[in-house]
Every structure is written in structure tokens, then in C-alpha cells.
Design a protein around this ligand. Structure first.
Ligand code: SAH
Length: 369
């Protein structure tokens, strides 16, 4: 049983005199301090406001009760507190929570909060829809609408942060929601900078998942920062990979592996290879042996993901025996391998189930628009 709650608050839709205000989360500290000092406010207000946003999980400017009332009103007039309004909020049986969020231009994205003992992971989206067209994924079914701004990616984390209980905190971020993060590179980097500097997360707690864009992977490697990189491989040969991950036509597995090796070399972080298991397509022992040939001798970890159901598609996950068989072939060859736990499937929050919604949930009309 999943339950759904909705709110009628849509801060993203609020505009003053028809103008769309700058997003609070898009401001650098220096900009905010400058804005404050032009109005005669001391510089420590910047820290105060930042603390309200991150640690104290304010839901609006009016929550910032230790700021002078005029300042709160000024802030409201000048900035959007959040670029995103909540259209719907669902909770799964396993306590995974999913938000459907609306941008100021009406576009919709989804983001997920997952709970494990001692760990709270948020999964965020970087684009509205996706251009990659992987044949097993719901996110790309309707193509790409647009990339998200950094503030729209950051505001997903903040919206999920506000769902936590007082004694919980976000420990991990996975950039594995809708979209291809490396195809929205600048906004991705701004988001990562926010998370590691202002939000206080270590780079090792952040994972970026890519379909495998070698030039961007090399650029990402050159940062020499210990973010985790996950590469969606899904097939051991180019012929098969091109069938299920169409962008492979322009790249090829060898170039992707070379870029991933470079990532390991530059950052010291072991690369994870994601492999969605599709029944009868890429799940046979021969595929496992070919995958082992590709990865042996590399500092790699394989994460097998039995395909999650997507209503429009006939592709399906293998049964448990086939999954186990695939895993043991890799294990026997000494390749570290795990099978990803399915999360929030009853609310379509599992990997590959997040999607571009064009017909907002029934309540969008009441979301203040
Ligand atoms: N574009 C990025 C990140 C988004 S997808 C990428 O391709 O990695 C995050 C992971 O979920 C990817 O490994 C993706 O291939 C996988 N995925 C997509 N559809 C899926 C499905 N139906 N079942 C299981 N995993 C899926």
C-alpha cells in the first residue's frame, strides 16, 4: 500500500509582477552578502540564511524566525525560496519516498529518498526527460524536454531533506534519476560544488551515474575529485550494447572503458559498472563470461540490476536462478559483484521507473498555478 499526500503550495509558480525571481540556491555567498549589505544588513546574515536552508530545513523565508521581519519580506520580494513546487508525494511500503516536482515553467521531475539502516540516500534528476533512449528505461520514453538548472537540481535535495525526521540526515546522493548527468555538465558541477561545500557531504558520498560519454568522463576525471562514478554498461559487446543503449553507436565500449580507467587513475575511486539484466537479451552465461573478459584486471565493481518493470515495455527481468547464475560467473572470475536491491517499486520509484510526466497528477491544477 502506498499513500499519497499532496500540497497546494507551489513556490516555483510564485512571481512578483509577472517576473520570475532569481532562485535563492543559484546565488553564490558573495552575491547574497552583497545584496544584504546594499540593504544595510550585516554579513553574518548570509550564514544565518544558509543555515536555515541546509541544517534547519526551512520551508519558506517566513520560517527564518531569527531574521528581522523586513528582511524576510525583502527576501520574499527578491528571490524564489525554491524553484520547485511539490505536486505529489508518495511513500512506498519500504519507506522509500518519491516527490513529483514542478518547475516554474510547468515542467515536471521526480526525485526519491531511500532509507537504509544508518543511511539516507537521495536520488536526483538532472534533466526533464532524457535523450539517450535506452530501450528498457521509462525516463527516455518521450525524449528530452530540457536540462535542469543547477538550482533546480539542488532544490530537489532540499525538498527531500525537508521530508526527513529531526534525527535523520542525508548521508548519500546518487545522481541516477531522470536524465544524463554528463549531458548537463555545468549544472552537474555546480550541484556537486553545492553539495560538498555548503551541504557538507563528502565527495565519496556522491555517485554520478552515466550512460558512458567518454569525452565528458575524461573531463570529469580531470577534476581529480573522489566522486563515485557509475557507468551504465548493460552489454559486453558493441553489437548488443548498440541495440539496447543506442548512443553506443557513437562511442563504443572500448572508449568508455578507457575513460573509466582514466577516472580511476585520476581519482583513485573504483568505477562501478551497472548492468541491467534483461531476460533473454543480455542475461546468458556467455554474456557474463564476455563481461568478465572485459573487466578482469580492471579495478571494477559490477552492480547487476534486474530490470524494473516499465508499463509500456515488454522487456522483463530474468528469474532469480538466471540472476544468480550471472552473478556466480563473475564471482568465479574474481570480479566484485552485487545485485542492486529494488526500492520503492510499488510507487514506481525504482531504477528506470522515473519518468517525464506531461499530464501532471490530478492535483497540479491546485498547485497554485
Ligand atoms: N543516464 C544515467 C543515469 C540515469 S539511470 C545512466 O544511464 O546511468 C540510472 C540507472 O538505472 C542506469 O544504470 C540505468 O541504466 C538504470 N535503469 C534504467 N532503466 C531501468 C529499468 N527499467 N530497470 C532497472 N534499471 C534501469
Amino acid at each position: 500500500m502506498s499513500n499519497e499526500t499532496t500540497t497546494s503550495r507551489s513556490p516555483a509558480a510564485e512571481a512578483v509582477d509577472g517576473r520570475i525571481l532569481p532562485a535563492l540556491t543559484s546565488l553564490q555567498d558573495a552575491d547574497l552578502t552583497g545584496w544584504l549589505s546594499r540593504r544595510g544588513h550585516p554579513r553574518y546574515r548570509t550564514d544565518q540564511i544558509r543555515r536555515w536552508i541546509v541544517e534547519r530545513r526551512a520551508g519558506s523565508f517566513s520560517d527564518m524566525t531569527d531574521l528581522p521581519r523586513e528582511l524576510r519580506t525583502d527576501l520574499e520580494q527578491a528571490f524564489r525560496f525554491s524553484t520547485l513546487g511539490i505536486v505529489s508525494h508518495q511513500t512506498a511500503r519500504d519507506r522509500t519516498e518519491k516527490l513529483l516536482l514542478q518547475c516554474a515553467d510547468g515542467e515536471l521531475v521526480e526525485s526519491v529518498l531511500m532509507r537504509d539502516p544508518g543511511r539516507r540516500t537521495v536520488c536526483i534528476s538532472t534533466q526533464v526527460g532524457c535523450a539517450m533512449g535506452c530501450v528498457f528505461c521509462a525516463s527516455g520514453l518521450q525524449g528530452l524536454r530540457r536540462s535542469l538548472a543547477a538550482s533546480e537540481i539542488i532544490d530537489q535535495v532540499l525538498a527531500l531533506n525537508r521530508l526527513l525526521e529531526e534525527d535523520e540526515r542525508i548521508t548519500n546522493v546518487v545522481v541516477m534519476g531522470i536524465g544524463e548527468p554528463l549531458a548537463n555538465y555545468d549544472a552537474l558541477l555546480d550541484t556537486l560544488t553545492f553539495l560538498t561545500s555548503r551541504f557538507g557531504l563528502g565527495a565519496r558520498r556522491i555517485t554520478v551515474s552515466t550512460v558512458g560519454l567518454p569525452a565528458r568522463m575524461r573531463q570529469f576525471a580531470s577534476l581529480k575529485r573522489p566522486y563515485n562514478l557509475a557507468v551504465s554498461l548493460h552489454a559486453p559487446t558493441d553489437a548488443l550494447r548498440t541495440q539496447i543503449v543506442p548512443v553506443n553507436r557513437g562511442t563504443g565500449i572500448q572508449d568508455i572503458l578507457a575513460a573509466a580507467d582514466r577516472y580511476f587513475y585520476e581519482t583513485g575511486r573504483r568505477v562501478t559498472y551497472e548492468y541491467v539484466l534483461l531476460r533473454g537479451v543480455n542475461d546468458l552465461p556467455v554474456h557474463a563470461r564476455q563481461l568478465a573478459d572485459l573487466l578482469s584486471g580492471r579495478n571494477a565493481h559490477v552492480n547487476l540490476i534486474p530490470m524494473n518493470r516499465v508499463t509500456e515495455l515488454t522487456l522483463a527481468a530474468p528469474d532469480h536462478q538466471a540472476t544468480d547464475r550471472f552473478r556466480s560467473v563473475l564471482q568465479r572470475r574474481g570480479i566484485p559483484v552485487t545485485v542492486r536491491k529494488r526500492r520503492g517499486a510499488d510507487i514506481d520509484a525504482a531504477c528506470g521507473q522515473l519518468r517525464l510526466s506531461r499530464t501532471p497528477a490530478r492535483n497540479a491544477a491546485s498547485a497554485g498555478r
